[in-house]
Design a protein around this ligand. Sequence first.
Ligand code: DX5
Ligand code: ZN
Length: 205
Amino acid sequence: MKVSVSILKEKDNLKDAFNRLEKSKTNYIHLDIMDGSFTNNKSFTINDVIDLKTSKELDVHIMSKNLDKEINDAVKLKPSIITFHYEATKDILKYIKLIKDNNIKVGLAINPKTRVWKIRKYLKYIDLVLVMSVNPGMGGQDFIKSSIRKVKKLSKKKYNYLVSIDGGINAKTINYVKNYIDIAVSGSYILDSDDIDKKIEVLKK
Ligand code: DX5
Ligand code: ZN
């Protein structure tokens, strides 16, 4: 299992967060992009991170309905993965293609209320499913337990996608899902600590 650290709660200290993570054992840096069209809150923009240096792989999670703009912006970062929300558009296949045409892995995210069968027909085209275990909008929320059966179901793979979970992941909640996921996204649990690597190890063990 790999770990992707969300820096959403560090949106006023992005440079510092990148520097801390550069020295850490995280596999990815998870960038939560919110422009207020899909969530109530806004986060940072791609422009805010474009000049920050890192050797870590970037995993961009777009929570927006303005997908043409946000995906084209995200592409400039050369991330490993760009994920957008099933609930944000009726043009799922168009945006899968837009991301793939840029040679970037494509992820499809589902909100806590969205059932897995809704994205069944897209599974053969995507590289990752991001199961939200909190309602998108902010870090530091409690893990929603109905996400456990979703990752369990998705782990029985017919196609070649990765399963990821995002929201409220900590030393306790990771145990509910670790057998079913490939990537755990975690923000506050990891960054609220001085010893980032110790926290990452707890999640991976
Ligand atoms: C929520 C974001 C998550 C979240 C993770 O909208 O997509 O990435 O910030 O943070 P924690 O681990 O604090 O829930
Ligand atoms: Zn996220």
